[in-house]
Write a protein that binds this ligand. Structure first.
Ligand code: FSX
Ligand code: SF4
Ligand code: F3S
Length: 386
């Protein structure tokens, strides 16, 4: 069987490759991007052609109030070297941290690129924009980032807010927000902004968005907050590998306890997956091998993509369940830690749900599980007897 062809799909047509990828990996990568974008397999060939075409759109990358984690996340990925892919896909004409030029030279290069590529360049902004006192809290080349962003947005073909800071203000906007930090959509209210939140964001979501723009000359479908639906259309909780444990009422109660060591659900440790929209469990990143996403490595999601969650809700606070309420028959989801479901409460729950005998048996087994878990946790905390 010729594996380079399907009925409507012939990758042998595609010439060239990208970055440090072998041709096979390049083709695999492009079909992966098409799948990530939720597109039909035929889109993979168009993405591959566009990516290998050598037509690299110029990118002006500005930085406001941030930690440069958004750029770091691009530069530190090695499977494949993402910065290779990005830099082969776009022409990074200006980036404050990566630019070889400095001072007047860097400013001149940026202006020259913006002038030569009017209406064609992509503006990427990383970091929040301080607005208090006319934005004096972040200046580059003696000009506020507020003014830089407004100027660069004028002739941009498209505008991307990368990271939570640029998307909605991020850490800099945490109350009391002394600099009046806001996200890009607030200062460019009349423009369409693609927001790719996350602190840092998944770099593959930026790459997929840029490849979509490059291939189809338009942005992927966005939600009401300007986030690409392919990446932020689902709650983390919906795709989490620990979800079966949530549904079965198996929770880690303390870091290092038996449940934590067994990979049980981190909801009770404050996981914000049930109220956070992102594709972290599906498109892993972090470069620490398999399961490389926060929950995969044993840390609750802190909701780093969501305004009002990260930097606002305490890490230990229970998440609001946006899509699914925990089934009433399951113990230890909504009650206080350590109390356990009482037989009376279980009977009421059984009566309300009307599941009669079957439910009664289920509850009985769950109560046993809850008690056993509690015992396991208590035993876990005790030092072993000599
Ligand atoms: Fe913000 Fe990006 Fe968090 Fe840091 O630049 S989204 S603080 S990872 O780096 O803007
Ligand atoms: Fe996963 Fe967190 Fe949901 Fe548990 S609460 S299933 S760890 S996303
Ligand atoms: Fe952030 Fe949660 Fe994903 S902390 S990286 S949104 S798992």
């Amino acid at each position: 069987m010729d594996r380079t062809k399907t009925d409507d799909f012939d990758f042998t047509q595609v010439k060239g490759t990208l970055g440090n990828l072998t041709r096979r990996d390049f083709i695999k990568f492009c079909t992966g991007v098409a799948a990530t974008l939720g597109l039909a397999s035929t889109a993979g060939i168009r993405i591959a052609e566009a990516a290998a075409s050598g037509q690299r759109p110029p990118v002006i990358w500005l930085s406001g109030q941030e930690c440069t984690g958004c750029s770091e996340t691009l530069l530190r990925a090695t499977h494949p070297t993402l910065e290779g892919l990005i830099l082969d896909t776009i022409s990074l004409d200006y980036h404050e941290a990566l630019s070889a030029a400095a001072g007047h030279q860097a400013e001149a290069a940026r202006h020259a690129s913006m002038e030569a590529n009017k209406g064609k360049y992509i503006l990427v902004v990383e970091g929040a924009i301080p607005t208090k006192h006319n934005g004096i809290y972040c200046k580059i080349a003696n000009k506020t980032i507020l003014a830089h962003v407004k100027e660069a947005a004028e002739d941009a073909a498209t505008i991307v807010a990368i990271g939570s800071c640029a998307s909605w203000g991020g850490v800099a906007s945490t109350p009391p927000n002394p600099t009046g930090a806001v996200g890009l959509p607030k200062v460019l209210a009349d423009k369409t902004i693609v927001s790719i939140p996350g602190c840092p964001p998944n770099p593959y979501n930026l790459l997929a968005t840029l490849l979509h723009f490059l291939t189809f000359n338009k942005l992927p479908q966005l939600d009401e907050k300007g986030r690409p639906l392919f990446a932020y259309g689902r709650l983390i909780h919906e795709n989490c590998e620990r979800r079966p444990h949530f549904d079965a009422g198996r929770f880690a109660m303390e870091f290092g306890d038996e449940g934590h060591r067994k990979g049980w659900c981190l909801y009770k440790l404050g996981c914000k997956g049930p109220e956070t929209y992102a594709n972290c469990p599906a498109v892993l990143f972090g470069d620490v091998g398999s399961a490389s996403w926060p929950v995969g490595t044993g840390h609750p999601c802190i909701g780093c993509t969501e305004q009002g969650v990260v930097f606002q809700k305490p890490i230990h606070a229970l998440a609001e369940n946006k899509s699914v309420e925990p089934p009433v028959l399951f113990p230890r989801v909504v009650e206080e830690q350590g109390i356990g479901i009482t037989p009376g409460a279980a009977a009421v729950a059984g009566g309300i749900t009307g599941a009669l005998l079957g439910a009664g048996a289920m509850i009985a087994s769950k109560i046993g599980e809850s008690t056993n878990d509690k015992e396991a946790n208590e035993n876990d905390a005790k030092p072993e007897k000599a």
